[in-house]
Design a protein around this ligand. Sequence first.
Ligand code: IPE
Ligand code: IPE
Ligand code: MG
Length: 246
Amino acid sequence: MSDIHIDPDRVPKHIAIIMDGNGRWAKKQGNIRLVGHKFGVGSVRKITEAAARIGARYLTLYAFSTENWNRPAAEVEGLMKLLSSTIESELSSLLKNNVRLCVVGDGRLPQTLKDKLQRAVEQTSSNTGLTLTLALSYSGRWEITEAARQIALEVQSGTLDPQNVDSQCLAAHMPMSFLPDPELLIRTSGEYRISNFMIWQTAYSEFYFTDTLWPDFDEEQLLLAIADYQKRERRFGQTSEQISSK
Ligand code: IPE
Ligand code: IPE
Ligand code: MG
C-alpha cells in the first residue's frame, strides 16, 4: 500500500476526471489506440473502487466527448463496442460495491448501448454508495445549451418568469444538476485544457494535472492528487485572512 497521507475528513466529495492519454499509451508500446482504451477500462475499475474506499461520494468520468465523434470511424466503433462490453462485464461489481451508475450526454449513442446503459442505471439506482457518472457523448457547451433550451420552453409555456432566471435557475436546469459541483478536477496525460468538460460546474474547482497517461493512473496517483488538493486554500473570492479566521 502507498504511504501517501491524506486527511480523511477533507476528501473531496466529488472528483471529476478527464481520462486522457489512452492512445499515446498504446502507441508507446507499438500497439493500436484501441489497446490503450481497453487498458483504460482497468483504470476506471481501480479508480472507482479507490474513490469509494477513500470516502468520495461522487466520481464523474469524461469517457467520450461530442468532439470525439470526429475521430476515425474504426476508433469510434471500437470505443462503442468496448463501452458495451464493459457495462456488461462490470455490472456485477457495481452492484457488489453498492455503486450507483449515472450517464449524462446528448444520447447520440448506438441504440443497443443506450439500452444496456439504461438497464445498468436502473439496476443500480437504489445503491447508496459512490455515484459513478459517465459523461458519454457529453460536452459542457451541449449541457449549457440544453439548460437554456429547457428554460426557454418553460418561459414560453408561462411556468417560468424570465425575472427568475438566475445562476441558480440555470444550474438547476443542467443535465448534471443531480451532482454537486466537483471540488477536484483531474486531467491525465499532460494536457492543460478542459476540452469542453463540465465548464459550468468547474467554475471554482481545484485543477490537478498529471503527465501520467490514463492506463497508468492508479490509486497511488489518485492519493497524490487528493494530497495536493488538501494543501490548497480555497478562497472563493475572499482573502486568505477571511478564510483562516473561520
Ligand atoms: C482518452 O484517451 C480517451 C478518449 C478520449 C475516449 P485518448 O484516446 O484521447 O488518447 P490520446 O490523448 O490520443 O493519447
Ligand atoms: C477529452 O480528451 C475527452 C475525453 C477524455 C473523453 P480528448 O483527447 O478528446 O481531448 P483533446 O481533443 O485532446 O482536447
Ligand atoms: Mg486525448
